[in-house]
Ligand binder design. Structure first.
Ligand SMILES: NCCCC[C@H](NC(=O)CCN)C(=O)O
Length: 402
């Protein structure tokens, strides 16, 4: 009888997830539209922080605003001593092109999944664990999750998850490690017409470095990436530039491969300095680790998403995210999902799609898939599931960050 009651109870808890998310569809859409309409850059997401924390407070979560970072938050519900699930919200936009990576939808999806899990935990009046929604700022370059890791925000969490809008559906996307550098040249200014020979041209060095990297890229492995811009090209045409600067991203599936890429880039930078007589300063900026997808979690997610009608693809990714760093401290999944456009992320068509009504149904399906995945891990009698998740994680960490 008890087993039957539990299985009947469990079916009702699962239904509670879907019912709560469906009932909240309008307020979730309003939340997403509000964030989409107020694009804010990394670490400046004050409006998004307010609307999200107000939302979770209204929904009965225990909310901590300005959580280690001005625009980070924690919204938590449940009991301690059980399984602790973390759901991630992102909400930063991109310069000039707004929510061209759909982080307003990541926020909505995370909020919806959090609501769904809370509804399941509340069902029957006896929470069986804890759900914490973490608002993590500045994924696009700031790495807010890394700051939160360093502040201990992920301590005590058993699993972490989020879903990211993308041109197709991927349960185990290849999200690769990334390093970033600025390459600065210092030369000597001179009048570009009356005495150019007196100058040491920093822009020439930057152009030579850019060209060296451009030809070096032919020798990179297919999954390696190097891409950059001129961030300072000189002051005026009639002054031999005494300063110039490049800003580069370097990427590879592992840290070991990334160090090989970086060595090639630095070699190009130093070569240009020798050729022009400029001083060269290579400055390291914050990078991200590759995403290590937990196979046991991903398998559960794939079952739940497929049952929800999601048709999963088997290729794609090659961006980077600070969720990669989270996946090295907590077993994680970071699925990506089609939400109405095949346009590439970081494009204006993607911005439009992220604010379109067509993005809503796929986003709520993703939220339900994440929430039901979490519930499977939390289910009484499923202790072996968490044991397998932890076994995967231990194996992956044994060799992953090589
Ligand atoms: N520090 C490098 C930031 C890279 C962030 C960016 N991420 C995405 O586009 C995917 C998730 N938003 C990138 O890969 O360029």
């Amino acid at each position: 009888m008890q087993a039957e009651a539990t299985s009947d109870m469990w079916s009702k808890r699962r239904e509670a997830v879907k019912t709560k998310i469906d009932e909240s569809a309008s307020s979730l859409n309003d939340l997403s539209q509000d964030i989409w309409s107020h694009p804010e850059l990394a670490f400046e997401e004050r409006y998004a922080h307010k609307v999200l924390t107000d939302f979770f407070e209204k929904e009965g979560f225990e909310v901590t605003r300005n959580y280690h970072l001005e625009t980070a938050f924690k919204a938590t519900y449940g009991i301690d001593g059980g399984i602790h699930v973390c759901v991630i919200c992102e909400y930063d936009a991109l310069p000039e092109i707004g929510h061209a990576c759909g982080h307003n939808l990541i926020a909505e999806c995370g909020a919806a999944a959090g609501l769904g899990i809370k509804a399941a935990l509340e069902f029957g009046g006896t929470p069986i664990g804890r759900v914490t929604v973490l608002g993590t700022p500045a994924e696009e370059g700031g790495g807010g999750k890394i700051d939160l890791i360093n502040a201990g925000a992920f301590e005590g969490m058993d699993i972490a998850m989020m879903a990211h809008p993308y041109p197709n559906n991927l349960s185990r996307p290849m999200m690769i490690a990334v390093d970033r550098v600025t390459i600065s040249y210092k030369g000597l200014a001179a009048h570009a017409s009356t005495a150019p020979w007196e100058g040491v041209n920093a822009l020439d060095a930057a152009v030579m470095c850019y060209n060296s990297i451009s030809v070096m890229r032919q020798q990179l492995k297919p999954e390696w990436r190097v891409h950059g811009i001129f961030s300072n090209g000189g002051a005026k045409p009639n002054i031999i530039p005494e300063e110039a600067e490049l800003f580069y991203y370097m990427r590879a599936p592992t840290q070991e491969a990334l160090s090989q890429v970086k060595k090639k880039v630095v070699g190009c930078a130093q070569g240009a300095a020798v050729a022009t007589g400029c001083e060269c300063i290579v400055k390291d900026l914050r990078g991200y680790a590759n995403v290590v997808t937990n196979p046991t979690m991903a398998t559960i997610y794939e079952k739940e998403a497929t049952q929800m009608g999601v048709v999963l693809d088997d290729h794609g990714g090659s961006g980077s995210t600070d969720m990669g760093d989270v996946s090295y401290v907590v077993p994680s999944i970071h699925p990506m999902y089609y939400m109405g456009t095949v346009a590439a992320n970081h494009s204006r068509p993607f911005t439009a799609a992220a604010g379109a009504a067509a993005a809503q149904p796929p986003t709520l399906i993703q939220a339900k898939s994440l929430a039901l995945t979490a519930l499977e891990v939390m289910k009484p009698g499923n202790e072996e599931v968490l044991a397998n998740i932890k076994k995967d994680f231990a194996l992956q960490m044994g060799g992953a960050k090589a």
